[in-house]
Every structure is written in C-alpha cells, then in structure tokens.
Write a protein that binds this ligand. Structure first.
Ligand SMILES: [Zn+2]
Length: 398
C-alpha cells in the first residue's frame, strides 16, 4: 500500500533563515546509484504480497538526513535540529522504524556527547517535528504498528543507544519512557555507570547500579539493547533481566574479528533468554573473509551464520543506516563512535554499502534477497517483524 504523504519537510512550520539555519542536505532518495536485487515476475509477486500483508519492521535505524557537505556536519549537529528523511521514507515498505536519534553525534552542548540535556533536546525537537506531519505516527504501543500499516503510515519508535545520560538516576528511565522512549541501550562503546562498553580492555560486567537500571526498565516496560556493551556486560544483562533482551544491530565476530561484533556465546545466551538479534549494516562492520568489501552478501553471511547458531525465531534486521555519507560521518566521529581503528587496515574501504545505502534501500533489498535465496514466506515474516513483536509483547506493557 502506498504511503500517505503530503510533501511535508522537517520544520516546515517555521520560517527558514528567520527561525533556524537551513543546511543543504544529502538527497534522501538518490544520493548514490540505486541498487536493487533483481527478482523474477513470480518473485516480485511474492514480494508485494509479503509487504502488503505483514508488518515490516526496521529494528535499528537513523532515518535522518545528513548535510551534503560533511564539513558542515558539526554545525548541523550543534543546532540540535536533525531533519527526518520523509521523502525517502514515503517510498519505503517499512511499517515500523526504530529511530535511534542522534546517539554518538548528539553534541549540541558537549564535545563528547551523551549529556542528559542534549538527549532530551534531541527527543523533544524531533518529536515536535513529527507531531507536525502525518507520515510518521508515534509507535509507543504494538497496536500503533497495526494502525500505521492500515493507514499507509509508519510507526516511529523512539530508541536511545546508551543509558549514559541517566547518570546515577534510575528515575530518568521513567522520564524517558514518558517522553516516548521504548528501547534503550545499556552502554555505548564507552563504559558508564551501568557497565562496560565494547571498546574497553577490561570488562567489569553489569554494575550494581546497572542491575537497578535493568530492573527499572523491566518494570517500566522499556526494551533493553546490549549492542554496544562489552561481552561480559551483555551476558550479565541477559542473565539479570527478567525480560528477553535485544541485540538490535550486530554481526558475528566468528566471521570478522572486531570488537564491534559479538561472539557466539552471547548470541546463544540472548536466544536462550528469548531475545532477538538484528543484523547490522553500518559501513565496515558486517564484513567476511569471502567478502572483505562490505556489501549485501557479506551482511547476509552474518545473518545466515547467526541463524544457524540460534534459529530463525531469534533473528531480525537492524541495518543502522541513515540518509547521507555514512562513511564520511564515521571518519568525522570516529572518537565519539568508537570506530575500531584496528580494522581500518584489514578491510577493503568502500565509499558506501552497496544495496544497503539507507533505511529504505536496505529493507527493500533484505526482503528481495530472502526471496531470491528461497526463504519461505513464514521465515521472511518472522525475521521482518514477527519475532520483534513477540519479544516486545513481553517487554512492553501492551
Ligand atoms: Zn550503534
């Protein structure tokens, strides 16, 4: 079903130049040459039936648009007014999108990021923008997902990748929930009061305060993500949480040995506790020895490897893309985003991930790849949404 879209652009309710400084932005429809997995007529029919009749959920995304000239990125981020890629999203098959906001680039008043004031600014500003249009609706309950699908809209789920900004205040979890946040990471790549991040040499595991935060998230009904936590901290969270835990954007370290990916035992623990693992497509992450240049095939190698390990009921996709030059953004924010420098010499550097360039292209090609590679409709329905809904029914209050 075609999306309901009236052409609204971010902050149209204001006057450009008078109320805020506009930036020339990257295109959210054709920044790079489009690449689409080719299907036969019969396969195309299956594609349309699948996306028409089932929830398509992007478990970890950043559907915002970056400046065309990345030299302006810092000024753009400092304005605290990220633009949503409405035109791009209007042409997608996505029904539900988990938006991880500014995360590592949330440096409105800070150099290092993850400040309470900045995260609240980002959430409030983006929500104000979303409240002035009709393509995205707030995705705060599962019923919102079906409402969006029915009406040709997209349920917009607010998520934050780290709990760093709650500092030592467990009640801030409720404040974030009140502002619509329905999923939160335990740490980013740096450690915080809750536990150790993935870039640490020594992983101290979940702290006592971290345990209290996990408990509060369970009680409040906020889903937990351990994608950026250290291995031990991730295992501790999975063991401690009374609800299943998500690893929303990740790949297998067994296939490509970098800290940003996780070992088999963490995936097994996550699945044993009923959780779901989303596959990551941010540049230079889900690479393999057979495909050292990051692309759709190397990404799907990670999917198939983890699927063999834990079963299809525990898989999903969290492509972690955006509209704009993601490689350039990584270069500029390598310190904030803890890009593993060790890998820079190992992989083949690419300008963008072909076939997974933005949330729209990624979701479309994932479904196409699954059809082309003979996955059954039931399997595709599970990994594109059903598995996520099952876990959210346990984590959320409704
Ligand atoms: Zn991330």
């Amino acid at each position: 079903m075609a999306k309901k879209y009236d052409g609204y652009q971010s902050y149209d309710y204001l006057e450009k130049n008078l109320d805020y400084r506009p930036f020339k932005l990257a295109s959210d429809t054709d920044r790079v040459e489009a690449y689409q997995v080719k299907l036969t007529v019969e396969q195309k029919k299956r594609y349309h039936e699948l996306v028409e009749n089932n929830l398509i959920i992007a478990l970890h995304e950043h559907p915002t648009v970056m400046p065309d000239d990345l030299n302006q990125l810092m000024e753009y981020e400092k304005q605290g007014r990220e633009v949503t890629g409405f035109t791009g999203l209007a042409n997608s098959c996505i029904d539900v999108i988990f938006d991880n906001m500014m995360d590592g680039t949330c440096v409105i008043h800070s150099k290092s990021g993850w400040k309470w004031e900045d995260v609240i600014h980002d959430i409030g500003m983006r929500t104000c923008d979303i409240d002035h249009q009709n393509l995205l609706i707030k995705g705060e309950k599962i019923v919102d997902f079906y409402k969006a699908k029915e009406n040709g809209q997209i349920a917009w789920v607010k998520a934050v990748e780290s709990a760093t900004m709650i500092e030592n205040e467990v009640e801030r979890i409720e404040i974030l929930y009140g502002l619509g946040v329905r999923m939160m990471g335990i740490t980013y790549s740096e450690s915080n009061n809750l536990g150790s991040g993935l870039k640490e040499k020594v992983d101290g595991g979940l702290t006592i305060f971290g345990g209290q935060a996990v408990e509060r998230m369970n009680k409040v009904g906020m889903a937990i993500d351990v994608s950026h936590a250290g291995d031990q901290t991730a295992l501790d969270v999975i063991n401690y949480s009374k609800k299943p835990v998500f690893i929303t954007h990740i790949g297998a370290r067994s296939l490509w040995n970098i800290k940003r990916l996780k070992p088999d035992n963490v995936f097994k623990a996550c699945a044993a506790n009923g959780g779901v693992i989303g596959i990551e497509a941010a540049p230079h992450t889900t690479i393999t020895k057979d495909n050292p240049a990051h692309n759709l095939d190397s990404f799907m190698e990670h999917f198939e490897y983890i699927k063999e390990l834990v079963g299809i009921d525990h898989l999903a996709f969290g492509a972690d893309t955006l509209f704009g030059d993601h490689v350039g953004l990584h270069d500029l924010f390598s310190a904030n985003m803890s890009i593993d420098q060790q890998t820079a010499t190992m992989h083949k550097r690419i300008p963008y991930v072909k076939g997974l360039e933005n949330p729209v292209e990624a979701t479309d090609n994932i479904i196409r790849w699954l059809i082309k590679n003979n996955y059954s409709n039931q399997e595709i329905i599970k990994v594109m949404g059903k598995n996520i809904v099952r876990v959210l029914k346990e984590c959320w209050h409704d």
